[in-house]
Design a protein. Structure first.
Length: 256
């Protein structure tokens, strides 16, 4: 993701609320302490999306559903023989927060990790950390979605996975997916894709290139619904889909 995000939904409500859901950034039953009208259910008044840092002034004193996403790290780069791993994904945080009308809150949106490009002079360059996104202000708990780590590169050895960003402060805290690793020094010209943001409750990792592989190989990026396939022989794997992972050692992507 080239940048983080923050979204706010305002909910008009009164009374106590129990939400049962299998698709609300988690699985199973979810209980939120908030307010709503039991006979009519929550009423969404408006939605606001931030893709750059700014401020938010509450129009009403009411519960706001704040969703914050950190930015992804950039992948490593290697010229010639060598290996590189993709960047980790940013974290995702969601929280129901009571905001006060007229109060201004700070929205911080992280920038994606700066891309890198190796060349004949500088052959090995590690990727860069993605920026953190947050929502903060007087009288509320700050919610933070940290950015993913940058990938690594090597001309003569294995490369580690880049870790996904860590989530904190929310009712739902979902860490970002890791990138895959290249695990053997005998691999040449191998690369892995980046991790995925956990929109459905899990931040999936990209596939890895295993130690038994000796030829040029690459794995696709993870999807929000599943990881990309590993490479255990040679070749490339497709990216993860929105509904499922992709298979090992095949370029077919995961299903929607």
């Amino acid at each position: 993701m080239p940048y983080g995000q923050a979204a706010l939904d305002v909910i008009e409500s009164s009374g106590n609320l129990t939400v049962t859901s299998n698709n609300l950034f988690t699985t199973g039953n979810v209980t939120i302490t908030g307010t709503f009208n039991p006979t009519e259910g929550p009423k969404y008044k408006f939605h606001q999306l931030f893709t750059s840092s700014g401020s938010f002034t509450a129009k009403v004193t009411d519960y706001h559903l704040v969703t914050v996403v950190g930015a992804g790290g950039s992948g490593g780069s290697r010229s010639g023989n060598g290996n590189a791993s993709g960047g980790g994904a940013g974290a995702l945080v969601a929280k129901l927060i009571l905001l006060t009308a007229g109060n201004t809150y700070t929205v911080t949106i992280g920038a994606g990790g700066t891309s890198v490009a190796s060349n004949s002079t500088v052959q090995t360059i590690n990727g860069n950390l993605g920026g953190s996104s947050s929502f903060s202000g007087t009288g509320i708990t700050t919610v933070t979605a940290n950015g993913g780590s940058g990938g690594t590169a090597s001309g003569s050895g294995s490369v580690s996975a880049a870790s996904g960003g860590v989530a904190s402060g929310g009712d739902f805290n979902v860490n970002g997916g890791n990138s895959g690793a290249c695990s053997a020094s005998t691999i040449y010209r191998a690369a892995t894709g980046g991790g995925a943001v956990g929109y459905f409750g899990t931040g999936y990792s990209s596939g890895s290139v295993e130690s038994s592989v000796t030829g040029a190989s690459a794995t696709g990026g993870a999807g929000i619904g599943g990881k990309s396939g590993d490479i255990t022989t040679s070749g490339a794997s497709g990216g993860g889909g929105s509904g499922a992972a992709s298979s090992n050692n095949t370029t077919t992507g995961g299903s929607a």
